[in-house]
Structures are given as structure tokens and as C-alpha cells.
Ligand binder design. Structure first.
Ligand code: AKB
Length: 321
């Protein structure tokens, strides 16, 4: 059975990915790690541990002891937080990655390293953004993502490390909140709709961005990790996409199920500038051709699943208070 290690497992992607992997592989085969104490985030499925990926000895020890076949390296600082603490974003995003890549040289395992739409900047075509085009991002987060893509390419060609990755659009889910991203509005809006019937959006109404429901994102990561390596010409940074919308279009889609929902706009200059520099729609034809990528969640399906999931979570949270 495949043994899997996750870093950053307490985050938005890690929480759902760990559960999905534990359900399929058996909880004992999935080690969830995060820099935060598992007492704060772990819900009791399989083993969990504290791991600071900036500590190379701790990364080495954890990998040597657990002997994973696959590692999903999810620890990262996102775009908006990265602009508040650029040096910290560089240190964590690039420093943790190189520690993981180094360990994979001596303890062979397959790595998944996520990149992002943030790896593109204002100079790239925005709709569609080609798989291969100019990458000159002007955010620290984006710079760490380009550096990460290049590091992964380097460790693959120079040391034969089997590392793979996708460029995620904004991810929408309700199990664990995203934290410090620019696309977070597309999650917050559902919580506000159900709590107050109203949302104050930190991006302007016409800001179109590339988005995906997290279940599609998790399936993309897992399918890429199972794909034959020899087919992966663009292995470390596949564009993937599912849907594109603006805050106003998302609000309209929510209003189809909650007719009284209202939205107002109060753009935050930092996050608005980040969003304006990002792709509206990635061209995902390389992922489709090289490993069969195909999204399943449309905007309408995502809105229905999110309203139901957030409502369920709110009533569970009420019961535990
Ligand atoms: C962010 O908004 O920073 C992230 C991303 C698109 O990578 N969700």
C-alpha cells in the first residue's frame, strides 16, 4: 500500500486531502504533519505530527522514520499574507521546499509541489494564459512559486527526483478556511451569505479570476501523482482550470438559491492589485493531453455544494458550543 506524508496538513488543501487519502489507503498509511500542534487541528484520522519544514534535520528524521512513497508538500504562505511579510514568505515557501527536495534525493519518494496562477504576472496573456509563456509575477508569493517550479525542474533533471505539480487557481471549499489568499473572497462569501445574508467584498465586482472547487483540485493532485512519469513533459507546473467568474457573477449564482442575498464592494488596494495581475483563465490543454485532466465542478454545482456544506458546518459548530 502507498504510504503518504503531507506537510501543511492543517491548511485548506491538506485537511481534505488527508481525509481522502486516509479513506482510500487506510489511516495508518497517511502521516499528516503541520507546524501547528495536531491538538489544534487533527480530527483523529491516522497519525499526525508536528513538523517544521524549515528544520532540515526534522524533515530528514520524519521521512526516514515514516518512509513515505509519496509526499504532498503543502506548507506555504499565500499571496496577501506574503505581501505583508515578503521576507517570511520567501524563507518559508522556498526554504521548506529545498529541504524537502534535498531529502527526496537520499530517500527516494514521489513529491507533489503545488504552484499557482500567481506564478504569472502582468506581462502574461490573461485569457487564456498559455501553459508556457512569460512568467514575471510582481508579488512575493508569485516569485516564490516561479522559484519553486524552477527548483523542482532542477532537482528532477539534475538528481532524478520524481517531483510533479499543478498551478492551482483559487480553491473553494468549506472544511478548513483558506488563509491569507487573494481568492479567499470566494469562500468567505458563502459564510457571510449564511450568517448575515450580506457580504462586503474586498475585490471589485468585475474582477474575473480562475477558480476551482477543492474536490477537483484534490483529484487533480492525486491523478497527477499516479500518472506515468514518462508522459509528463510539463511535469512541475501544469495549468489546470475549472471555472472563471467575477464577484458579481458569483453573487448572482448565490442569489439563484438565496434570492435575498446582497453584496457590496470595498476593494482592498493590495489584494485588488494582486488580482488584477493574475490570469483570468488558464489554458489547461497540456494537462488534459498529458495526463487526462478534466474538471467536474461547474459554478452552479459549486454554489449548491458550498451553501449546503457551510450550512451543515454551521449547525455542527452550534451543537459543539
Ligand atoms: C491565493 O489567493 O493566494 C491562493 C492562490 C491563487 O494561490 N489561493
Amino acid at each position: 500500500m502507498t504510504r503518504v506524508l503531507l506537510t501543511g496538513a492543517a491548511g485548506q488543501i491538506g485537511t481534505e486531502l488527508a481525509s481522502a487519502l486516509a479513506a482510500d489507503l487506510g489511516p495508518q498509511n497517511v502521516l499528516a504533519t503541520d507546524v501547528r500542534d495536531p491538538g489544534e487541528w487533527h480530527r483523529g484520522q491516522g497519525p499526525a505530527a508536528v513538523l517544521d519544514c524549515l528544520d532540515p534535520a526534522a524533515v530528514e528524521r520524519t521521512v526516514a522514520q515514516f518512509r513515505p512513497d509519496h509526499v504532498y508538500h503543502l506548507a506555504a504562505i499565500l499571496s496577501a499574507t506574503g505581501e505583508k511579510r515578503p521576507r517570511r514568505a520567501w524563507d518559508l515557501n522556498v526554504g521548506s521546499l529545498i529541504n524537502i527536495l534535498e531529502v527526496a534525493r537520499t530517500h527516494p519518494c514521489r513529491l507533489f509541489v503545488p504552484s499557482s496562477i500567481a506564478a504569472f504576472g502582468p506581462g502574461a496573456p490573461r485569457s487564456p494564459t498559455p501553459q508556457r509563456t512569460v512568467q514575471r509575477p510582481n508579488t512575493m508569493y508569485g516569485i516564490t512559486k516561479v522559484a519553486g517550479e524552477l527548483l523542482c525542474d532542477y532537482y528532477h533533471s539534475r538528481f532524478d527526483v520524481d517531483v510533479r505539480g499543478v498551478r492551482f487557481p483559487g480553491l473553494i471549499s468549506y472544511t478548513a478556511p483558506p488563509g491569507g489568499g487573494t481568492t479567499d473572497y470566494a469562500v468567505e462569501i458563502f459564510h457571510a451569505a449564511l450568517a448575515d445574508g450580506h457580504y462586503k467584498c474586498f475585490l471589485g465586482p468585475d474582477t474575473r479570476l480562475d477558480m476551482m472547487y477543492l474536490a477537483d483540485g484534490i483529484r487533480a493532485a492525486r491523478e497527477l501523482m499516479e500518472a506515468p512519469g514518462e508522459d509528463l513533459e510539463d511535469r512541475n507546473a501544469y495549468n489546470i482550470t475549472a471555472m472563471q467568474f467575477t464577484p458579481a457573477e458569483l453573487a448572482d449564482a448565490i442569489r439563484k438559491l438565496m434570492p435575498d442575498f446582497t453584496i457590496e464592494y470595498d476593494p482592498d488596494p493590495v489584494r485588488q492589485a494582486i488580482a488584477d495581475s493574475w490570469p483570468e483563465r488558464l489554458d489547461d490543454s497540456a494537462a488534459r493531453a498529458q495526463w487526462g485532466w478534466e474538471p467536474r465542478y461547474t459554478l452552479e454545482r459549486t454554489v449548491a455544494v458550498m451553501l449546503e456544506g457551510v450550512a451543515r458546518k454551521r449547525s455542527q459548530d452550534d451543537e459543539t458550543v
